[in-house]
Design a protein around this ligand. Structure first.
Ligand SMILES: NC(=O)c1ccc[n+]([C@@H]2O[C@H](COP(=O)([O-])OP(=O)(O)OC[C@H]3O[C@@H](n4cnc5c(N)ncnc54)[C@H](OP(=O)(O)O)[C@@H]3O)[C@@H](O)[C@H]2O)c1
Length: 316
């Protein structure tokens, strides 16, 4: 199995390391061969310890290198989804499948991507886009035949960390500064604080679980920017906690602060941890785990690669 890794930063490098570590013990990985890695600097041909740009990358490299799978671990572009989007479309035309940890293309053009994959007999894995290595997308893969009524989750670790600290009496500005200092928040945390990041993940889950046709522009985003310290204090007096909940019932998708009570499975999810509740007609299932981390995201992509090899990475 020939793979091309597009975007070779923290996640891409961890993915290569995981493939090397697990190749001897996971039969599905025994024939995996990294044919190239790509960054903005160009393409590094073969599977090398050090990234050396051999030449500028172009989509024509796909014809030459004939990867079976393109793995996208490049940075997100929420304006257009490019260059990943064009890369996927060309890969599909050539019969290659795509695995991604980059959520932007799917948050913008989910069904276009799925339909192009289907038309070309290819498939698509995206566990690493939501909750990294904690099975969210791939949890839904093992619930065939169930009717998902609602999904509800804490899908952004930065805001959950800030809200958890605020519930401990720390003011918003100090909690944000702490999150930055610990590396949980970007220097510009706007897309976390305004709910956009959680909204992008919600779109992916909602479209996959409930066949909604959402893009991130359809999600009602409130984020935590309007939350006041008095609201937090009031919630605590009532025995509740404020949580930034991303929720879709198939009709409406929102990312807003909910005051959750102790009986809510999201109540005890604190710090940078993430959680997802899937409500089906049969049962409600809640999972929790790390929502980020390069190794975790790389594991999400690796698990997709193994499922693909088993023929279990089906399109929605
Ligand atoms: N880190 C996490 O915990 C985590 C968790 C889940 C999902 N993700 C997602 O996974 C992706 C990678 O994250 P990361 O932490 O590995 O980011 P990163 O360390 O910043 O690496 C991003 C890589 O993408 C490359 N890249 C960016 N634009 C490109 C372009 N136009 N053409 C080719 N390569 C391009 C960069 O190239 P240069 O090296 O030349 O800059 C770099 O190698 C992101 O979409 C992120 O949202 C990350």
């Amino acid at each position: 199995m020939r793979i091309l890794i597009f975007g070779y930063g923290k996640v891409g490098k961890e993915l290569r390391a995981l493939i090397h570590e697990r190749r001897g013990e996971v039969p599905e990985l025994s024939d995996v061969q990294i044919v190239a890695t790509v960054t903005r600097r160009g393409i590094s041909l073969g599977d090398r310890d050090a990234f050396v740009a051999d030449e500028p990358f172009s989509l024509d490299h796909l014809e030459k290198l004939k990867p079976d799978v393109v793995i996208d671990t490049a940075s997100a572009n929420y304006e257009t989804g490019e260059p990943s989007l064009s890369l996927y479309f060309r890969a599909f035309e050539l019969g290659a499948s795509v695995i991604t940890t980059n959520k932007a293309p799917l948050a913008l053009r989910f069904w276009d991507i799925v339909e192009r994959a289907r038309k070309n007999g290819a498939t698509l894995g995206f566990q690493g886009t939501v909750m990294s290595g904690t099975p969210s997308v791939n949890l839904l893969r093992v619930l065939p035949g169930s009717r998902v009524r609602k999904i509800r989750g804490i899908l952004n670790g930065t805001t959950n960390y800030i809200l958890s600290r605020m519930a401990e009496g720390i003011p918003f500005a100090s909690a944000l500064a702490e999150a930055k200092q610990k590396g949980y928040a970007e220097e510009d945390p706007t897309l976390d604080l305004n709910g956009f990041d959680a909204g992008a993940k919600l779109v992916i889950l909602s479209n996959f679980a409930m066949r909604t046709r959402l893009t991130v522009r359809d999600v009602k985003l409130e984020g935590i920017v309007n939350l006041k310290e008095e609201d937090v204090a009031k919630a605590l007096r009532e025995g509740k906690k404020p949580k930034l909940v991303a929720q879709s019932d198939g009709k409406e998708a929102t990312v807003r602060v909910q005051l959750v009570s102790q009986s809510d499975p999201l109540y005890s999810v604190d710090g940078v941890e993430n959680a997802l509740s899937v409500e089906t007609d049969v049962q409600t299932i809640t999972i929790r785990g790390p929502g980020a981390g390069p190794r975790q995201a790389a594991y999400g992509a690796l698990s997709d690669l193994i499922l693909l090899k088993r023929g279990a990475l089906l399109l929605p």
